[in-house]
Design a protein around this ligand. Structure first.
Ligand code: DGL
Length: 269
């Protein structure tokens, strides 16, 4: 029988943005196999109600559990904000969100205690980041903005386009006057807009991308629980999606930073 250590790590997102977390996972833990589920058929989550996102997240978790994963990363910020506590409390394997790790990283680097957050409407409305920041350091101040157009812009592939810069400027203009020194990129897609965000906010604002701290947290949990893969070979990556739109491969490979092989459609989502 296969040892539990050699089971895959499950990662899910509303779409393909969570592949940025997979990219980091493959860099940090190359021997781990990964099963990714992107719920493209029901994307976007970021404009839906908490109840709906919770339902979707439970279904995604059940799908990954059927693939016999040993741990799950909730790579979607909207899911992390609406469903993480429920998932953590109801399923018997390690489940990692992307919010607390990002908040811990932000709390470490801020000097002024003034932290910006950009995310989807669902994530901003949930106030999950505020609650997590307050737990770590109640003196930190957080300034949030929902940036609805960022996801479609990234999906369109306009990463460093004058239009993108204009859109970024429009959303982040207000934050420039808040004297933040740290900005949490609280959505899977936003790390792809780092160049434009840097141009608008300037080099003094540190950008926090949740992929790295989340993967570090997962790694420490796997080590602590004796769940690290014993394999010496490069881990496999299997990608499942609930739909395969036109530009799926192109967008996915941008997030992942490598070729997408072995993609399967799962119906019924
Ligand atoms: N994955 C979502 C998030 O991180 C962004 C896309 C969506 O709205 O579904 O919030």
């Amino acid at each position: 029988m296969q040892g539990i250590q050699n089971r895959s790590i499950g990662v899910f997102d509303s779409g393909l943005g969570g592949l940025t977390v997979v990219k980091e996972l493959r860099r940090e833990m190359p021997h781990e196999s990964i099963v990714y589920f992107g719920d493209i058929a029901r994307l976007p989550y970021g404009i839906k109600s908490k109840e709906q996102i919770l339902n979707f997240s439970i279904q995604n978790t059940l799908f990954l559990l059927k693939q016999k994963v040993k741990a799950i990363v909730v790579a979607c910020n909207s899911s992390s904000s609406a469903a993480y506590h429920f998932l953590r409390d109801h399923f018997g394997i390690p489940i990692i969100d992307v919010i607390m790790p990002a908040v811990e990283a932000a709390a470490c680097v801020t000097h002024t205690g003034r932290v910006g957050l950009i995310a989807t409407h669902a994530t901003v409305a949930s106030q999950a980041y505020e609650r997590s920041l307050r737990k770590i350091n109640p003196n930190l101040r957080i300034f949030s903005r929902a940036c609805s157009l960022f996801v479609p812009v990234v999906e369109e592939g306009w990463l460093e386009d004058p239009i993108t810069e204009q859109i970024v400027r429009r959303y982040l203009g207000g934050l420039r006057h808040k004297n933040i020194d740290t900005l949490i990129l609280g959505c899977t897609h936003y790390p792809m807009l780092k160049a434009s965000i840097r141009k608008v906010l300037g080099p003094r604002v540190q950008l926090i991308d949740s992929a790295r701290p989340s993967v570090k947290k997962l790694k420490s949990i796997l080590i602590r629980q004796g769940l690290v893969s014993k394999s010496k070979r490069k881990g496999e990556l299997r990608v499942f999606v609930s739909d395969m739109p036109r530009n799926f491969k192109q967008v996915g490979e941008k997030f992942l930073g490598e070729k997408l092989h072995k993609v399967q459609i799962v119906r019924g989502f």
